[in-house]
Design a protein around this ligand. Structure first.
Ligand code: SAJ
Length: 425
């Protein structure tokens, strides 16, 4: 079996490597010559648990290679980004570009699978696109009709940090343009997926993926809203959530400085865009989570301003705990806003960074290690729940003015002045 994976990012590269391990011949295609060169030398350009060993193994065995040029294959897996443009309008330009490339080498009997998170109807658009580019091939239309190629949607659902485990163990939703397309794609996923593979239509599969991430966003928004309410009422939100979660049917998520990453903060907008009149809750959840980040900036600024001249430690830049991914990170947004306002007073601790991101270049903020920060800083803003930060005992924090946006230190006595802080905005 020859498989071509388009896009060698956080999803495409692990997927290509896992398929290559099953013995298939895999070609990974990426627009970046740097990525192609890195993979061909058996190395990886992204951090993911155990990915380096897997990639070096399959490249050494000759089952995975990379190129900037597409080649003929039996199965094409499209795993390119689907960002949104102005006004949160989804941009499927990379998907259509990948489909154009596939169309140049597509032949009867092939299967095309879209994995990128996409607005409902995108897989049908890919089908129409291929039909226009390749009128010699019969694309799938109605159930029961024969077609030359199969086209399906199968969303990735893996969690960064657990990608290799979840690629294999998670259940997969496989949506065909027709039931035959779904069955062909199912046959492919069965090669490496241990979880259940459930077939449906491409539109239902597209909406399922968006629904999963919107569900999480709405639930995080609930927790973030509670944290604002608790602040106003002078109650410890972490305790309230712990207590409420003792109810057998209540399971509240954790408040934080906002929602980051490339998925949860983006995908709900695809639903809003698809049905703007019907998405008040989903849209509001997005707004609540974005506003939480601004609220944290205002509150942290007020705490810092209340202690003139005191060095400030911002703990964490990553978009969530224990990963090196800073994409769309609320922690980074908060730290940058504080660095821009308070300059060299701001020290940043991020165990997953060797240098500060370029955006901090002219702020005067510095990257320091945790010990230095604990020694010098009088104000501490905890932005990411990395294990390293959780491990700081109370005696190293007791004398500091702490704003713990993630609830990582339940034993931290509220600093007398944090409760009373008047918001700058
Ligand atoms: N967050 C909170 N409070 C929580 C949980 C998360 O503030 O209680 C924040 C995180 O700190 C982070 C953001 O939400 O900033 C997103 O983190 P996450 O762990 O919820 O999700 P991602 O973006 O790493 O991965 C999600 C997953 N989707 C779901 O759990 C429904 C993953 O399974 C998807 O494959 C991935 O999106 C994706 O690629 O779509």
């Amino acid at each position: 079996l020859k498989v071509c994976v388009l896009g060698l990012g956080y999803i495409g590269l692990p997927t290509a490597a896992v398929i290559a391990r099953t013995g298939a011949q895999v070609l990974g295609v990426d627009v970046s010559p740097h990525v192609v060169e890195t993979v061909n030398s058996g190395r990886v350009h992204i951090e993911e648990v155990d990915l380096d060993g897997l990639v070096s193994g399959v490249v050494a065995r000759g089952s995975l290679r990379a190129s900037t040029q597409i080649e003929a294959a039996d199965v094409f897996v499209i795993a390119v980004p689907t960002p949104f443009g102005a006004d949160h309008v989804p941009d499927i330009g990379y998907v259509l570009k990948a489909a154009t490339a596939v169309a140049t080498v597509l032949k009867a009997g092939d299967t095309v699978i879209l994995e990128s998170t996409s607005p409902v109807g995108t897989t049908e658009q890919v089908r129409d696109f291929i039909a226009r580019l390749r009128p010699d091939l019969k694309v799938p239309g109605r159930a029961g009709e024969t077609a030359d190629v199969a086209i399906a949607y199968c969303p990735e659902r893996v969690l960064p940090g657990r990608i290799l485990v979840e690629l294999i163990d998670n259940d997969r939703v496989i949506g065909g343009i027709t039931p035959r397309c779904a069955r062909r794609a199912l046959h492919f996923y069965r090669r490496f997926v241990r979880g259940a593979c459930v077939t449906t239509t491409s539109r239902a599969a597209e909406m399922t993926k968006l629904t999963e991430n919107a569900f999480r966003d709405v639930n995080i928004a609930f927790a973030n809203e509670l944290s604002r309410v608790a602040e106003t009422l002078g109650v410890d939100v972490w305790e309230v959530i712990r207590l409420a979660n003792r109810h057998p049917r209540v399971n509240i998520l954790q408040p934080g400085p906002g929602v980051g990453g490339h998925c949860i903060a983006v995908d709900p907008w695809f639903l809003v865009h698809g049905a703007p009149e019907d998405t008040q809750l989903i849209r509001t959840a997005r707004e609540v989570n974005d506003a939480k980040c601004d609220h944290v900036i205002a509150r942290a600024s007020a705490l810092i301003a209340a202690h003139p001249g005191t060095p400030v430690a911002c703990l964490g830049l990553a978009f969530k705990a224990n990963i090196d991914d800073f994409r769309e990170s609320p922690a980074l947004k908060v730290a940058l806003a504080l660095a821009e306002r308070f300059g060299p007073r701001v020290q940043i601790v991020e165990p997953y960074a060797d240098t500060l991101p370029a955006a901090f270049a002219n702020t005067g903020a510095t990257l320091v290690d945790l010990d230095d920060a604990l020694e010098r800083a009088g104000v501490m803003i905890a932005l990411v729940d990395h294990d390293l930060f959780r491990s700081v005992p109370l005696e190293e924090r007791a004398t500091k003015h702490v704003y713990d946006t993630r609830g990582i230190w339940p034993d931290q006595p509220p600093a007398p002045d944090t409760r009373a802080i008047r918001l700058a905005s």
